[in-house]
Design a protein around this ligand. Sequence first.
Ligand code: IMP
Length: 430
Amino acid sequence: MSKNVVVIGTQWGDEGKGKIVDLLTEDVAAVVRFQGGHNAGHTLVIEGNKTVLHLIPSGILHENIHCLIGNGVVISLQALIKEAKKLIESGIPVFDRLKISSGCPLILPSHEALDLAKEKKLGKSAIGTTGRGIGPVYEDKVARRVLRVSDLLNKDSLCEKLKNILNYHNFLLTNYFDENEQSLDKIFNQLLDQRDLILPLISDVSGILDDYHQQKKNILFEGAQGVFLDIDHGTYPYVTSSNTVSAAASIGSGVGPKRLDYIMGIVKAYTTRVGSGPFPTELHDKYGEHLGSVGVEFGATTGRPRRCGWLDALALKRSVLNSSISGFCLTKLDVLDGLEKIKICTEYKLHDKTISNFPLEISELNNCEPLYEEFEGWEDSTKGLKRFADMPLNAKKYVQAIEEMLHLPIDIISTGPDREHTIIRSNPFS
Ligand code: IMP
């Protein structure tokens, strides 16, 4: 029996999805990205060597694996080619392994300019985007004016469509945002240069996935960001512009939802968030500092320091219901080593009432006071452990408490950045 497994982040992104996707790739024929773009930063460490991927699926380091970019992903050709060239320099034959859907929207330099201009205009209310043009390109997709990968096939119509879209972008940039125009000639020539590398990669991704299914091969769907950055189900407007819940794997790759067999929710042993927006369990004390410094919590894409806080079981319960999580992978448990106490938020106090569901209204979330269950920490190191039995007793209790709160198993525990630093209690493909 073949299996399709979806890996998604259950918090605000940066849960450590890349490492787990790389690890699970051993059992699959292909890895598929289905939403987001190069706003993502997926870090892989193999035998001490670090690779950060933004757009290329995290299975790329494995031989004989196809890496597919589905229609739901927005592509900056410049970012894609830069990332591919870096990997090629280190001996990875990226263009032999990579296929791209013809339906992917293209991020243009003018989308990035608009993203930055919008943030500047928002001032104090800025979202804190990655500045990669993600919001503006998804806007253009929904407005049916975006350039798609398939538009690269015909130079004449490409030029015409680009002219129209740049007319619109330049109108906004100059008249509304008071910024400089983007040059049509420059962008068109860039696209012509990039085109030759990209044309051979254009494929029918959903057709390929169906072929694999007929051949009874496993597929891994790699999510980016996390459930609370979802455009519909996240902490709107402090979200990204794509759907990040598990259902996006279906829409963003062209595979029907009945084919998704197992949803693995990646959960960091505490919580982090980059950018603005509510974060009820955020810490501004020595514990927050510990999580940030020991966890090296800096954005893999922008280098910004991440905000840190305790684990939030209420938020995770909402992720479970939004994404039909089958089981969890708990990451960065080793970052909690040495803390005398650890907390998990189990309820919120809101206007003198105790609530046990995660509200999505920003005004409510901003006024929520977290109520915690406290756990004793552990002194021994969990770093690099490969067997659950070897974990300190209090670390085991912490893991079991999360399982009990969420009524789901923690199938994998990541105990360090390297591929080897992992406890696999149950493999989702078995
Ligand atoms: P955008 O996706 O660049 O539009 O940014 C919107 C929000 O999502 C900002 O708060 C970003 O910090 C956040 N964000 C986008 N991508 C990631 C990611 O890969 N990890 C964590 N946060 C992200």
